[in-house]
Design a protein around this ligand. Structure first.
Ligand code: NAI
Ligand code: MG
Length: 333
């Protein structure tokens, strides 16, 4: 049976890196078809809307999407498409694994941290206003329901993946109400998982410990903004934003993407690292049950890093985006 997948190539480096992901998926021979849509600036230019209804219908129907990075205007302009999609489809967990690949030179070895970030509320809930021209404020919304969903997801992931510890990163010493609630939910849910060690760590100390003893961390569960920042940090530990993918998981749909953005500083040059969206492709195929093809992509990516002959500039090499994609295709089993 052939499965339909919604595809958004994105903008900036999006089309360049997504082209490699699409080629690699096709090269595995997996029976999937792509339904392709624009979103954000390209959609605005073509259709006058940033999030076309056809795109939303396609995700609703297919329940799975592969997405390139989408630019969000800074300090004004339209609201983030990424946040809108996550909220619209109730994608409550953003799961990001930072893993030390053999062949990638970094100051840290043996890092394997899974960050599970709450993905629908917190400081990204979209409640922000300017009561007068010298004052602006944001609401940091934390609900029991969303906290329960993401925290339970983190513990379930730990069990499924054979991980040992779940750490809640918080600032409940200052944000007593919001992070206080998040921590109470964490302690309650932890009782259901006696086989998993759990602890709590204050977010600023967590940032320090991540760069001194990253191997002490296993699964981190946290609120939206903290998770956004920490997962870029953990990707830096293992070689940078070009490597890490993010799975946006909900009960009715899931969207797979890179954690990086549209990288306007290198867009159009053909030098971006497509590894993160290739990794996202593997995660997506795993999610929809094409285990063999998912594993083939994962192993081909690992082999390409291990060989070290064909790396992009962010990893110290000189390969183009396309050359890297070719190397991964050559390494598909
Ligand atoms: P960014 O992740 O696009 O870039 C940060 C730095 O990392 C840049 O120096 C860039 O060249 C480098 N980089 C990122 N991905 C790379 C790759 N695959 N290969 C090699 N180098 C790479 O973050 P920035 O500049 O803060 O954001 C740019 C735009 O992307 C903004 O409009 C932002 O809102 C958007 N964004 C979108 C995301 C998404 O669609 N999920 C996620 C993060 C940011
Ligand atoms: Mg981010």
């Amino acid at each position: 049976m052939c499965m339909d997948i919604t595809l958004i190539r994105g903008d900036g480096i999006g089309p360049e890196v997504m082209e490699q992901a699409v080629r690699i998926i096709k090269a595995t021979g997996v029976p999937v078809e792509f339904e392709e849509f624009d979103a954000g600036i390209p959609a605005l230019e073509k259709y006058g809307e940033i999030l076309p209804d056809d795109l939303m219908d396609s995700i609703r129907r297919n329940r799975v999407a592969l997405k390139g990075p989408i630019t969000t205007p800074v300090g004004g302009g339209f609201r983030s498409i990424n946040i809108s999609l996550r909220q619209a489809f109730g994608l409550y967990a953003n799961v990001r694994r930072a893993f030390s690949y053999e062949g990638i030179q970094t100051p840290f070895r043996n890092v394997d941290i899974l960050t599970v970030r709450e993905n629908t509320e917190g400081l990204y809930c979209g409640i922000e206003d300017t009561p007068d021209e010298d004052t602006a404020r944001s609401v940091r919304l934390i609900t029991r329901k969303a906290s329960e969903k993401v925290i339970r997801y983190a513990f379930e992931a730990a069990v499924k993946l054979g991980r040992k510890k779940v750490s809640a990163a918080h600032k409940a010493n200052i944000l007593k109400e919001t992070d206080g609630l998040f921590l109470r939910v964490f302690e309650d849910i932890a009782k259901d998982y006696p086989g998993i060690v759990h602890d709590t760590v204050i977010i600023d100390a967590c940032a320090m410990k991540l760069v001194t003893d990253p191997q002490d961390f296993d699964v981190i569960v946290t609120t939206n903004l903290f998770g956004d920042i920490l997962s870029d940090l953990t990707s830096g530990l293992v070689g940078g934003l070009g490597l890490t993918c993010g799975n946006n998981i909900g009960d009715d749909a899931a969207i797979f993407e890179a954690i990086h953005g549209s990288a306007p500083d290198i867009a159009g040059k053909g030098i971006a690292n497509p590894s993160a969206v290739i990794c996202a492709s593997s995660e997506m195929l795993h999610h929809i049950g094409y285990e063999k093809e998912a594993r083939a992509i994962e192993e081909a990516l690992k082999k390409t890093f291990r060989e070290g002959r064909c790396l992009t500039a962010d990893l110290g090499g000189s390969a183009s985006t396309e050359e890297f994609g070719n190397a991964v295709i050559d390494n598909l089993g």
